[in-house]
Design a protein around this ligand. Sequence first.
Ligand SMILES: [Zn+2]
Length: 352
Amino acid sequence: MFHRFSRLSAAVIAAALLCSCAQKEGAPLSSGDSAATLPVTEPTVVSETVTTQTEPPVTTAATESAPPETGAAETTAALGYTIDALSAKMYATDILNVREFPTTEAKVVGQLNVGDEADVVGLTSHGWYQIRYDGGAFFVKAEYLSSEKPAETEEELTIPENYYFASSDDYFFVVNKDNPLPEDYSIETSFVQGSYEMEIVAAYNCRRMIDAAAKDGIDLKVLSAYRTIKYQENLFDRNVKSRMEDDGMSYEEAYADTAVNIAPPGGSEHNAGLAVDIIDRNHWDTYTDFENTPEFAWLSENCTKYGFILRYPKGKEDITGYIYEPWHYRYVGAEYASAVMNSGLCLEEYIG
Ligand SMILES: [Zn+2]
């Protein structure tokens, strides 16, 4: 996917910000993040990915009751959906359940891991792929398969010619209220988990980090990653509007109040595609207490190996302009990450 940012208004760039984090649409919110101040109108997303706590996957295939395979487009009116035949190789973007039928109520017959290839033979009218699996035809939620094969080595990454990031050093820069993204900033993105994407090199390293954590028994859940400028604009505008309507503020008051909590478009590291918010997969409610989880301990120990830093450390609030965010990680490249973290300085101080 290719993104080029549109021209930003000077007023928006000039706006102050405190916290750059805000959730992707629909994700649960909590008080520690700026998004907590937003009106939540969309329902919480219940990810159809494996939740080992409540739903241990059955690893033996249920071949005795596999549904008939589809040939040409087939109508299953009695079931309330149709299946269009398809023939495609796709790849899992998350650990996900393979089910007997295309509903989360159906029996789990197995699971795919990130990067596993799936032989897709159909797509239902309600967003499930039918795949060949273990000798039968089963179902996975369509949003967790991608036609893009994840790069397994750095060499496999497809970097476009004349890419914005010409070298690995170029990732080492500050994005904040005083340093919004330049107007010619443009990136390619790829997935990190589920439907979340980041800039391609950051995404590749984030996937490696998540995979490495999984091997250590640590289950990292991405809560927010790349957000488009358009999304950030909507987020910002929605907040101004709700302050005017709900709190009776004037436009100027609402704007100033919003700018304290929400990063202006182009002023968030999430707009750069270089930031990821991570929590622990099994406990959505530990968002604010993430600091006390084994997941946070693992990230603190290992994130720099993959080029990430804890971007808003405790005690640096006055300099970063953001509250302490144990969940927010910024890709700066492995050459710099450990130097920054070991220095005890935040990125603004280190870059000077
Ligand atoms: Zn964040």
